[in-house]
Design a binder for this molecule. Structure first.
Ligand code: PCA
Length: 211
């Protein structure tokens, strides 16, 4: 049985909701397979999130791991291409911890690339009219930490990636904040899962950045 692990996060930084956590549950509600889908909401803590992800990967031995989180202020779905082995917390996590300049995983390489077909995921999301882009930085907070840990822990055949999502229109922090409807965020995660299962060779089109 092919297994997919899809995670989101609980709210953090005073936000009333985290669309990533809400979306993964909605993806699970309407999942029809044939693959097995395991979903979970991770705590926004450096100590708890990576440990929980390791447990889930140990228990379910997933073929595809997609973690998702909120990137408040972004207007598009961001499919992350690179995780760095660095924690530099600008704000405290939900446990009050604020580690600065520590590695995610001691002794591991400086960075790892996502092993999902990142460009194919972006183009398939965009084809459905949902704004999407390849992102080259997942930040230095809990999301990047989870992303790097997943890449570090995964077996070589496992496909691992991270998707950052905007605030949902349903829980916009201010009237002019960039948002997407929660339904679009749900659909984007579904497309990310389906594309990661079905596409082996990524697109060759450029998604690079000059700066
Ligand atoms: N976003 C944060 C942590 C949890 C989340 O949803 C981040 O981008 O690191």
């Amino acid at each position: 049985m092919t297994t997919v692990l899809l995670t989101g996060f609980e709210p953090f930084d005073g936000d009333p909701a985290n669309p990533s956590g809400e979306a993964v549950h909605l993806v699970a509600d309407r999942w029809t397979g044939p693959e097995e889908l395991v979903t979970a909401t991770l705590p926004v803590t450096f100590a708890g999130a990576a440990a929980r992800l390791r447990e889930l990967m140990d228990e379910h031995r997933p073929d595809v791991v997609i973690a998702s989180g909120l990137a408040g202020g972004r207007a598009a779905i961001g499919v992350e291409r690179v995780a760095i082995n660095l924690i530099d917390a600008r704000i405290p996590d939900n446990a009050g911890d604020r580690p600065i300049d520590e590695p995610s995983v001691e002794g591991a390489p400086a960075a790892r690339f996502a092993t999902l077909p990142v460009k194919a995921v972006v183009s398939r999301i965009a084809e459905e009219g949902i704004p999407a882009e390849v992102s080259y930085s997942a930040g230095t907070f809990v999301c990047n930490h989870v992303f790097f840990t997943a890449l570090e822990v995964a077996a070589s055949a496992t496909r691992v990636g991270f998707v950052h999502v905007p605030w949902s229109a349903e829980h916009a922090p201010t009237a002019d904040a960039p948002t997407l409807p929660l339904a679009d965020i749900v659909r984007a995660l579904e497309i990310a899962v389906r594309t990661s299962l079905d596409v082996t060779d990524d697109d060759k089109a450029s998604a690079g950045a000059i700066h």
